[in-house]
Design a protein around this ligand. Structure first.
Ligand code: XMP
Length: 516
């Protein structure tokens, strides 16, 4: 295992993903973990991430020098680089020599482990205020910028390496190569970690955990629960029962995808609960977004618990239903481990977020995986592309894409408009370019239009295509005009009561991705 020491969560997660892309298994540990504890994990190598601090700040996270003396290869990036420099007797100054963004790097490659085979001049992503002016003794300086004399150093004998920039981000043109050089050449690791190994390993672990008992899994239609269920199904077959709550807030065809395609691909036992009426009743007269979220979350739990109780009651004697399968991913695990708490902008409790007082033991076969790895596992398990490649979709579904009260008619209307937009985006080959494209019905707004010979007084539909890396920030997607034109024409022609299509051109921040 390669340990990524987390001095700033966003950076650490990206680094861990890049290491895995190099087919080496990696895990994130908090920077507050004592060095002894890190070393006790027997890491094959350690990477120190970047972070927002200055090594001069009073409260800045530090590292025990011991880490560099244990014979484990270490790679420091940005803040990690500066920590390494200070811990080993180099000089880091607060010179005011700031560099932010894309920066040209001048590399002196001779004998360099990290830079071999990369160009003498390369573009890297910088983000620092302090700068290293002298490398620790025994280190060779291997790169500089116009501003910073020591932008990379290495001590090949001791297997210690550092770069001032962020090799993990896309804008550092040879970043992945440099990282791989550290892993393969510096640390002597081999690229042999694959998602195929994950499936075998998890199947064995699930069998061991569940034994002869039974398990339940809630399916949401999304990637995570589907892949988790498919893995558990592969491990324990008919001991698993899946539950799908049809709350009527799904997009066109999605319920059928679960009921038909997912079942066909996995052979899973599925219990479908038709709760559409119940959700509509509960949502009657409600237009406040947070109120809608609460109601949908609450009703979901109630319906799920009822289904669960039925499964438990139907189980034969001796068939203890003891386990609940959840599609928890690695970022959730890392974030809930060291969360500092951010402002509550929207309550993102997933529908599928279950009560805490469960009498079940959890099975979480995706706990170590990032989203792109989950998709790969899903693909290997033979799940349909429509499920595996599905873009993010909020738990409360179309319920928070109708600005105003949620009714059956409005849901049906929005489902049609949304299906048209998705169909055209797919036909134009744009699915991979956009993160997601909420289609929103402004149910309380009316505008005048003219169709055929008559005046209309209908509702607008908003298209909200965005590109993003992680949904924390986003930009509006610059879709080709002809695609937008086609979507607009089709929606106004084919969906009754809609006489206008508008495009949302707001980035996030200040707008959020969803309208509610
Ligand atoms: P916002 O609108 O906050 O959305 O920019 C960021 C991402 O989260 C999704 N989203 C939700 N997901 N329950 C969910 O499971 C929710 O209540 C919810 N609200 C927003 C949104 O689709 C986007 O991907």
């Amino acid at each position: 295992t390669v340990l990524v020491v987390d001095f700033g969560a966003q950076y650490a997660q990206l680094i861990a993903r890049r290491v895995r892309e190099a087919r080496v298994y990696s895990e994130i540990v908090p920077s507050t973990m004592p060095v002894q504890e890190m070393l006790a994990k027997n890491p094959a190598a350690i990477i120190l991430s970047g972070g927002p601090s200055s090594v001069y700040a009073e409260s800045a996270p530090r590292l025990d020098r011991e880490l560099f003396e244990a014979g484990v290869p270490v790679f420091g990036m940005c803040y990690g680089f500066q920590l390494m420099a200070t811990a080993l007797g180099g000089t880091v100054d607060n010179t005011g020599a700031r560099e932010y963004g894309r920066t040209p790097l001048h590399v002196s490659k001779s004998g360099s482990t990290l830079f071999e085979g990369t160009p003498d001049e390369q573009s890297v992503w910088m983000s620092h205020g302090d700068a290293c002016s002298a490398a620790p003794e025994g280190f060779t300086v291997t790169a500089a910028t116009d501003v910073v004399p020591v932008a990379a150093f290495e001590n090949d004998e001791k297997k210690l390496y550092g770069v001032q920039y962020h090799p993990e981000v896309m804008h550092s043109t040879h970043g992945q190569q440099v990282l791989e050089h550290f892993l393969y050449r510096g640390a002597g690791l081999r690229p042999d970690w694959t998602t195929g190994n994950v499936i075998e390993e998890q199947v064995a672990l699930i069998r061991e955990q569940v034994g002869g008992k039974r398990a339940i899994c809630g399916l949401s239609g999304g990637v995570d629960s589907a892949v988790a269920a498919a893995l558990v199904q592969k491990a324990i077959g008919s001991q698993l029962t899946c539950v799908y709550v049809d709350h009527g807030l799904m997009r066109k065809g999605e319920t059928e995808q679960v009921e038909k395609d997912f079942v066909a691909a996995t052979g899973v036992q599925l219990k479908v609960v038709d709760a559409q009426e119940r959700f509509l009743d509960a949502l009657k007269g409600v237009s406040d977004p947070e109120e809608k979220r609460k109601i949908i979350g609450r009703e979901f739990i109630r319906v799920f618990e009822q289904a669960q109780a039925e499964i438990v009651a139907e189980a034969a004697e001796g068939e203890d239903v003891a386990f609940l399968v959840q599609g928890t991913l690695y970022p959730d695990v890392v974030e809930s481990g060291g969360g500092t708490g951010t402002a509550n902008i929207k309550s993102h409790h997933n529908v599928g977020g279950l009560p805490e007082d469960l009498e079940f033991e959890l099975v979480e076969p995706l706990r170590k995986l990032f989203k792109d790895e989950v998709r790969m596992v899903g693909q290997q398990l033979g799940l349909p592309d429509e499920i595996v490649q599905r873009q993010p979709f909020p738990g409360p579904g179309l319920g928070i894409r109708i600005v105003g009260e949620v009714t059956k008619d409005r849901l049906d209307l929005l489902r049609e408009a949304d299906a048209i937009a998705r169909e055209e985006l797919t036909a134009a080959g744009l699915d991979r370019d956009i993160w997601q494209c909420p289609v929103v019905l402004l149910a309380d707004v009316r505008s005048v239009g003219v169709q055929g010979d008559g005046r209309t007084y209908g509702h607008p539909i908003v298209l909200r295509p965005v590109s993003s890396e992680d949904a924390m920030t986003a930009d509006w997607s610059r879709l080709p005009y002809d695609v937008l034109a086609k979507i607009s024409t089709r929606i106004t022609n084919e969906v009754a009561d809609v006489n206008r299509v508008v495009l949302d051109v707001t980035s996030k921040p200040p707008g959020t991705i969803e309208w509610e």
